[in-house]
Design a protein around this ligand. Structure first.
Ligand code: ITT
Length: 201
């Protein structure tokens, strides 16, 4: 069974692929968008991560006819009442993993003291199977705090400023397998595995 990972974010694609491969799902072949005919990106207009994830997966499944997984994720900052949240990929106006997003966030938090710099990465992942009546949505959260200066070269996006609870390293300083074991995306993906196993038959 072919399953499409419907994301244009290279960092997410690498993590999702790596985790699905580590899970050793027999009978499932994972495709990225580069391996299917191009189709226009679904607009991300939902108010929640779950709405956006389902919309992206639904769109991909309808266009390609393949069971499709989409991930909608972001960073919710307590001192900013949950922002940038679903706007994380375009916080500065530049879409994707442009460093301007991280820089704008750091500037906005300049006067926020260390004790009030808590944040969480959030991920909703959706699996939509053409012809199935049920759409599956799973969630994962990863709590931590935001440091003032970026550190580390692993990961992507806001990883260089996020220090997970119980750690002193930023998530960009964690080896990939350590991030996967505890991250928002890791938790969400693991909740999706039984549903993917069922697809493999
Ligand atoms: P697709 O919609 O094509 O999947 P996107 O980059 O537009 O790609 P989102 O709208 O879900 O995806 O935005 C997610 C943003 O949140 C992403 O650009 C990162 O900046 C941030 N983010 C999510 N997970 C992250 C992680 O594990 N580490 C660092 N930043 C993360």
């Amino acid at each position: 069974t072919k399953v499409l990972l419907a994301t244009r974010n290279a960092g997410k694609l690498a993590e999702l692929r790596r985790m699905l491969e580590a899970a050793g799902l027999r009978g499932i072949e994972i495709l990225g968008l580069a391996e299917v005919p191009a189709f226009p990106e679904a607009p991300e207009t939902g108010a929640t991560f779950a709405e956006n994830a389902v919309a992206k997966a639904r769109d991909a499944a309808a266009t390609t006819g393949l069971p499709s997984i989409a991930d909608d994720s972001g960073l919710t900052v307590d001192a900013l009442s949950g922002m940038p949240g679903v706007f994380s990929a375009r916080w500065s106006g530049r879409h994707g993993d442009d460093v301007s997003n991280l820089e704008l966030l750091l500037a906005q938090l300049h006067d926020v003291p260390d004790a009030r710099r808590s944040a969480a990465f959030v991920c909703a992942a959706a699996l939509v199977v053409p012809g199935a009546t049920e759409e599956i949505v799973v969630h994962g959260e990863w709590r931590g705090r935001l440091v003032r200066a970026p550190r580390g070269t692993n990961g992507f996006g806001y990883d260089p400023i996020f220090v997970p609870e119980g750690d002193e390293r930023t998530s960009a300083e964690l080896p990939p397998a350590e991030k996967d074991a505890v991250s928002h995306r890791g938790r969400a993906l693991r909740a999706l595995l039984p549903h993917l196993k069922a697809l493999a038959g």
